[in-house]
Design a protein around this ligand. Structure first.
Ligand code: ADE
Ligand code: ZN
Length: 328
């Protein structure tokens, strides 16, 4: 049973939302053979460690070829989220992955935007877009993506983010991309403290960001945890992703409850749902079942996510109005 509270998700990678059956459908529609080793004998995505996961992610993304494909992925994900009681999702979209298959930035963005419009009309869920760079594609590409994001007056593009191989490509090297994005008025977030330790989270706090994706390994430095709490940074945490990928040995080792108790502002995300057997509703259930959060605690998480969202104030007010004061 999923907790009966409105849910908000700020940390999910759009290509990573497409389950194997959708990837197979898109491959067939685009007359492509499914990449070898993409799926295991159970029909699930096949990967070993984190870098292998990133390779599998790129392989799956390689069959997403058209604006219509992006529309379908977006629509189907938002529909599933609405079915679990989600009211708002920020989708991390990667123009680099679209460019790799020859899709223009415009076709990519318009496909995602159409999926958001359709899901909003049919399922009452709102979506917005974070334009994301991939750090292991290099600084030049990150700068291109940041300039592109900064050049966009698009009502659905509200932020800039960066994912990819954190350990191999430290945060510090990308400050210029963040300056460009932030100067244009976009909200900024960055993956840090997943595959590197507190020093990476500390470097993230020197960027013009208000949110950090994961950030959980800040727990290794109590002074940093206190600073995150004092300065009001929001960590977009993904407990199931962390446990499945092996950042922590199990939910009992996950620092989410300790971060919460230290006053750090937290939200929940599914990261790459079908890869990890996660959903946004499932992350709320993990918090309830594994960490003992009450429904009122979960409402606080939803309110934190709305406050930390990068969308316009009018939408935030609408979203807050959909969250009851208490579940009691
Ligand atoms: N890209 C997709 N999922 C990711 C994750 N969990 N960490 C870093 N980059 C990602
Ligand atoms: Zn992520």
């Amino acid at each position: 049973m999923l907790p009966n509270v409105p849910k908000v998700e700020l940390h999910v990678h759009l290509e990573g939302t497409a389950p194997p059956e959708l990837i197979q459908r898109l491959a067939a529609r685009n007359r492509l053979r499914l990449p070898e080793r993409l799926l295991n004998e159970h029909g699930r995505f096949h990967y070993g460690d984190f870098l292998d996961f990133l390779r599998t992610y790129d392989l799956a993304a390689s069959v997403i070829r058209t604006g219509e494909d992006y529309r379908d992925i977006t629509y189907e994900y938002l529909r599933a989220c609405a079915g679990e009681g989600a009211v708002y999702v920020e989708l991390t979209a990667s123009p680099d992955h679209a460019a790799l298959v020859g899709l223009s930035d415009e076709e990519h963005l318009e496909g995602v935007a159409q999926g958001i419009r359709d899901a909003s009309r049919e399922h009452g869920i709102e979506g917005r877009i974070l334009i994301s760079a991939v750090r292991n594609f290099g600084l030049e590409q990150a700068l291109r993506v940041a300039r592109y994001a900064a050049s966009l007056p698009h009502p659905y593009v509200v932020g800039f983010s960066m994912a990819g191989d954190e350990a191999g490509h430290p945060v510090d090297g990308f400050a210029e991309a963040y300056e460009i994005a932030a100067a244009s008025g976009l909200g900024c977030t960055v993956h840090a403290g997943e595959w590197s330790g507190p020093e990476s989270v500390r470097a993230a706090t020197r960027l013009p960001v208000t949110r950090i994706d994961h950030g959980v390994r800040a727990i290794e430095d109590p002074w940093l945890v206190a600073e995150l709490a004092d300065r009001g940074f929001v960590l977009n945490t993904c407990p199931t992703s962390n446990v499945v990928l092996g950042v922590f040995d199990g939910f009992e080792a996950h620092p989410l409850p300790r971060l919460r108790d230290a006053g750090v502002r937290l939200t929940l995300g599914s990261d790459d749902p079908p890869y990890f057997g996660a959903t946004i509703g499932g992350e709320y259930a993990v918090c309830a079942v594994q960490f003992g959060f009450s429904d009122d605690d979960l409402l606080t998480i939803t309110r934190t996510a709305i406050d930390a969202a990068f969308c316009e104030d009018a939408l935030k007010a609408d979203l807050h109005a959909r969250v009851p004061a208490t579940t009691a």
